[in-house]
Design a protein around this ligand. Structure first.
Ligand SMILES: Cc1cc2nc3c(=O)[nH]c(=O)nc-3n(C[C@H](O)[C@H](O)[C@H](O)COP(=O)(O)OP(=O)(O)OC[C@H]3O[C@@H](n4cnc5c(N)ncnc54)[C@H](O)[C@@H]3O)c2cc1C
Length: 387
């Protein structure tokens, strides 16, 4: 099939934009690809990101060089720990890996440059005129996408905000496993989502329900005050370490989906297209999978219109499946404050079953040690909730 070189303009040098650029340029060095990114090369939001299950091994077959570097910087661990009422319940059967967001971006930036992608940092796109005349325009500009907003009448986004509040910190306290720490503090309920992502750093996301947030008075606190308050809540877990703030602010998770994924020669990828709640650790993976799916569509259909159509048709079922898991997961978190009366084991079981995708037989296969502990606890306490 004859492949004509394309001019491709990408808004946003996050995982979606960078990885798509890398794959397309590798496949046809004659493509002219420009990424425009508002931030400087070494600046980003957030700390580390975690990947569950098969992690990023699917990247190996796409670009072995960047995969090798990403793999080299990943922290890996088994198991998850639920900490509640000062009791730790270990859940076996899962594999996780984590990497600093900035490390991942810097690796992808380097590999994009290696193959000849132009990346223009510190330049914000406010309209798409810069790319007028390009064959393809990619909106990979994240959750607050300008591209999506500009063409909202065609993409028809549906945007809603969850009621829980969250704030994204780092810490030098290193966690052995992916840890969910539930704490009650001054008449409020909190959960910390914690995981190590480098030899010296962990992510520490603090989440709470709206009423807790209001009672605590976070609305009136500055960055340092909020941080100090959260350090008090999780004092026992931080073990003398402080929380680290990178202009951290309390947010409500923004749930985004789009009725249409493409308009004319413009396509949305990653968080611009849809957000995946951080509790299932899949937003970055999904952004990379979007990039791969569009790239594959172009491998089969060199015409822009056909490729974008094929991308949407093929990839939508995967995205819908993940979004339904994510929805169940965030519903669980939206109500976690009502579950704080449970024992640690009861809470851990409830958490494991939150997606509704598995029954106890499947849980036994997946997490045999945890299932055995749960059975023993259920017998002892008569609080059996098995389905
Ligand atoms: C608290 C929290 C924790 C998370 N933890 C995880 C996790 O553990 N694991 C995981 O897989 N995912 C996690 N995610 C999700 C993950 O961060 C996103 O899904 C992922 O970054 C999406 O990639 P992206 O390339 O679509 O967008 P982004 O990574 O957001 O990149 C978009 C880029 O576009 C740039 N940009 C935006 N507007 C413009 C403009 N107008 N002009 C130029 N540039 C622009 C931005 O500066 C940014 O660099 C988490 C998210 C949150 C909020």
């Amino acid at each position: 099939m004859k492949r004509l070189p394309l001019t491709i303009g990408i808004v946003g040098a996050g995982p979606a934009g960078l990885y798509f650029a890398l794959l397309m340029k590798k496949s046809n060095p004659a493509h002219r690809i420009t990424i425009v990114e508002q931030n400087p090369a070494h600046l980003t939001y957030g700390w580390g990101v975690v990947f569950s299950g098969r992690a990023l091994s699917f990247l190996r077959s796409m670009d072995v060089d960047s995969y090798g570097e990403i793999e080299g910087q990943m922290q890996k661990w088994d198991d998850q720990t639920i900490i509640h009422k000062n009791e730790a319940v270990r859940i076996d059967g899962s594999v996780y890996s984590g990497i600093a967001r900035i490390a991942l971006l810097n690796i992808l930036q380097r590999h994009c440059r290696r193959v000849g992608v132009e990346i223009r940092f510190e330049e914000r796109i406010n309209d798409l005129d810069l790319f007028s005349g390009y064959h393809l325009i990619v909106g990979a500009d994240g959750v607050n996408s300008t591209v999506r907003a500009q063409l909202a009448e065609f993409f028809q986004p549906r945007i809603s905000f969850l009621s829980n509040k969250y704030i994204w910190y780092g810490t030098h306290q290193l966690f052995d496993t992916l840890s969910l720490i539930f704490r009650e503090y001054r008449n409020g309920c909190y959960v910390g989502h914690c995981y190590r992502y480098s030899d010296s750093l962990s992510t520490f996301i603090v989440e709470c329900d709206e009423a807790t947030w209001e009672r605590a008075g976070f609305a009136r606190m500055g960055e340092q005050e909020s941080k100090a308050y959260c350090e008090e809540i999780f004092r026992a877990d931080l073990k003398g370490h402080s929380l680290l703030s990178n202009k951290a602010a309390w947010l409500n998770f923004k749930a985004v989906v789009n009725q249409n994924w493409r308009y004319d020669n413009v396509v949305l990828l990653g968080d611009a297209l849809r957000t995946v709640h951080f509790s299932i650790g899949s937003g970055t993976r999904m952004a990379l999978e979007d990039a791969i799916a569009v790239y594959r569509a172009f491998e089969e259909h060199p015409e822009v219109d056909e490729a974008l159509k094929a991308f949407e048709e093929r990839h939508r079922p995967n995205v819908d499946r993940l979004l339904s898991i994510a929805r169940r997961s965030y519903d669980w978190y939206e109500n976690f404050h009502c579950k704080m009366g449970m024992d640690a084991m009861g809470l851990a079981y409830d958490y494991m079953m939150r997606s509704g995708r598995i029954d106890f037989a499947a849980l036994k296969q997946r997490a045999p040690r945890f299932s055995a502990s749960y059975e023993a606890w259920a017998q002892r306490t008569g609080q059996d909730k098995r389905v």
